[in-house]
Design a protein around this ligand. Structure first.
Ligand SMILES: [Zn+2]
Length: 293
């Protein structure tokens, strides 16, 4: 079968199996996961063709896992070569089916060394992936490189296809809902740096883990950075002169956000406060905060 015919058949198979062809060497299948509302699914991407990885195996329903196995089988039948299951980061809505699919397919699991450490005892990582490493290749031989983008999670990796400008973005951005930077796994300074790094790569599209592929990536990345900086400025402005609890800052710093979202806002604010502390703007005493004199 010719190269073009092969891809045509693969794309027809994708449509039959509920998957969407999003670009060169990029197929998306959204399946239900226990993720952060309003998102209800995680995108499972097949990235590459000549050498391909399945990104973020996380579907919990055995019937969805079967759909995924059918998709991988159809991919193999048209000549695609699946080489690994690839984790963008350790969170359960990205890695929850890795162990089951590793058993079912015999494929190794690839992730950043920090993700390996965080998943030890739960998911066996067979191969560590470093920043700049080639992890997949398209039918035309062009490659997808891993880029380390910590901030949402310390071992977070995206996949960059320089030839087309496509980026598989994991939880760097969201097509639906928001990206939570919480103070245990997250780091606001690193997240802002990683957003700037993605912008510098000048992508043509961002394929997030949750929601549709984003086709205006530069505007989106700039919006994300501006939004975080504006929120941080609001938090800085609401810091009291005397020590106070973060929850007391919510009405001023997050007054524009629904009260239903305040528990999550409180986590995000902790990350901003730590960032403000690092910049010498906020002072901490136990779990109480004030502005620097
Ligand atoms: Zn996550």
């Amino acid at each position: 079968m010719s190269h073009v015919r092969t891809l045509q058949r693969w794309h027809a198979d994708c449509a039959l199996l509920g998957a969407v062809v999003e670009g060169e060497g990029l197929v998306r299948l959204a399946l239900a996961t226990p993720t952060l509302p309003p998102a209800t699914t995680t995108n499972h991407y097949i990235v590459g063709f000549e050498a391909a990885v399945l990104v973020d195996p996380s579907a919990i329903d055995p019937r969805d896992q079967r759909k995924l196995l059918n998709l991988i089988e159809a991919f193999t039948q048209v000549g695609g070569r699946m080489v690994a299951l690839f984790l963008t980061h350790h969170h359960n809505d990205h890695s929850g089916a890795a162990q089951v699919l590793r058993q079912a397919t015999g494929l190794p699991v690839w992730a950043h060394p920090t993700t390996e450490r965080l998943l030890r005892g739960r998911v066996a990582i067979d191969c560590m992936i470093a920043d700049g490493q080639t992890v997949a290749r398209n039918a035309d031989g062009s490659s997808w490189l891993a880029v380390h983008t910590p901030g949402h999670a310390p071992g977070h990796l995206v996949l960059h296809h320089a030839a087309s400008g496509q980026i598989v973005a994991g939880d760097m951005v969201a097509g639906v809902g928001t990206i939570l930077i919480e103070p245990v796994d997250g780091d606001m300074a690193q997240y802002l740096q990683s957003l700037a790094l993605l912008e510098a790569l000048n992508p043509t599209s961002l394929a997030p883990a949750h929601g549709p592929v984003q086709r205006e990536p530069i505007a989106l990345l700039q919006h994300y950075q501006a939004h975080r900086r504006a929120r941080e400025a609001k938090i800085a402005a609401s810091l009291p002169a005397e020590l106070g609890l973060p929850m007391d800052l919510l009405p001023t710093a997050y007054g524009d956000v629904s009260r239903l979202a305040w528990p999550l806002a409180l986590l995000s604010m902790q990350s901003h406060l730590l960032h403000l502390q690092a910049q010498g703007v906020a002072v901490r005493d136990g779990d109480r905060w004030r502005r620097a004199a």
